[in-house]
Design a protein around this ligand. Sequence first.
Ligand SMILES: [Zn+2]
Length: 280
Amino acid sequence: MLIKMLKLRLLNAIAPAYFYTATAVTLALHFLLFIPTIFQNPGVTISSMTLLHTAIFLYLMLNALGNYTMTIWYPSESANDNIIPVCSPDCPDKVDAHYLFNGRHFCKLCRKVILKRDHHCFFTGNCIGNKNMRYFIMFSIYTSCTCLYSLVLGVAYLTVEYSISFENPLTFLTLLPLSTGYFFLGVISGLQFFLVLMLYVWLGVGLVSAGFCCQQVLLVARGQTWCQLQKGQLVESRGSWRENLSDVFGSRWALGFFLPVRTVEVKSEYEHQVSEHKHD
Ligand SMILES: [Zn+2]
């Protein structure tokens, strides 16, 4: 139990560091390698394609980072619950959360009572609950887009710079084993090998974020949290899927879809408890 907790705490420190490093590397590769090489046009200082791709990339990145920041800025803690419940060593609850009443959970990593806790997100080092679920979903969508966009430009860069043809679908599958071999034989440079590795990182993160986002949207539409699902609590939906979605995304959801701005009409602690009692 203690070792497991230590592992989770370590992960909570490593995952944000991994996120920042991957973001910095992606930014550097785009502006130092991809965009200047792929869209270079002899005789023209800055081509319109360079501007277009710079704008698309910056827009996706801004949304991913903006929603990441919002997820951390608006945590879902409960201001009224100051007492930290003490778990006995043989507490039956999951290692990271202690279940309280009315959809409240005590997160053992955040050491706070969280309202409508969904799960603890290691990349943001925060719990995802009623207030930041929307930003978290938008963060997943834009991270997925940024990664897949980087993958496309990365493939274009390898084609332009190293004349690797991706016409054969098998090229992508054999790229990693071949590059690893070539790198250790000294045939290709470290940079080339690193680029190939990054292609797989972007593909992996892009697909995982997209899948995760779909799962979260489905849960939100059903008015459920991941915590409840894990506990086997099938909550009867309090409203239609439209109501459930607007509960999380707010009425100005369309604006929030395009820009990382605050759109959720957050219920105050008091209102939340009143509506909880009405339903009980
Ligand atoms: Zn937490």
